[in-house]
Design a protein around this ligand. Structure first.
Ligand SMILES: [Zn+2]
Length: 150
């Protein structure tokens, strides 16, 4: 269980806690299976292709295309205070899909399926626990990166 992720449920990834540290550093990581080379995002400790538990991280650009999106009005427990909010599912250029909230650089009326987007790691340092997640922003959006997990 990742307490850094707070409301975002990443609980299955018990063997990939480094993913949270990488996100804190502004790095978006996928996992690559050392057995068969299959890549996945978010990282998986166990390969969905060959079930191997041997994997390595690789850094992704976060460039993506919007696959679908939805505006949540009736929120699940823990999200009631932020409704309505819009989330999108994107196809990542390097493969894999990500579910993320739209960030401040995208106006709701601009959102359309097929648009190019950028996945950007975000940190809520002001909250009690450090929360890490990623949002969908305009292509070309840049952000700070550090190297503490490398
Ligand atoms: Zn594999």
């Amino acid at each position: 269980m990742f307490k850094w992720f707070g409301k975002v449920n990443f609980s299955p990834f018990t063997k990939v806690t480094d993913f949270a540290q990488y996100l804190k550093d502004g790095r978006l990581m996928g996992s690559r299976c050392k057995e068969c080379g299959a890549e996945s995002f978010p990282p998986r400790a166990d390969c969905e292709n060959c079930m191997s538990g041997d994997f390595e991280f690789f850094e992704m650009t976060g460039k993506c295309t919007l696959h679908t999106f939805t505006t949540i009005v009736a929120a699940p427990t823990g999200f009631e205070d932020v409704t309505p909010y819009t989330v999108g599912v994107v196809d990542l250029e390097e493969g894999g899909r990500a579910l993320a909230w739209f960030g401040e650089t995208i106006a709701e009326k601009e959102i359309e399926i097929g648009m190019k987007l950028q996945v950007v790691p975000q940190i809520f340092a002001e909250l009690e626990d450090i929360k890490v997640y990623y949002s969908l922003e305009k292509p070309g959006t840049t952000w700070a990166k550090t190297d503490s997990a490398m």
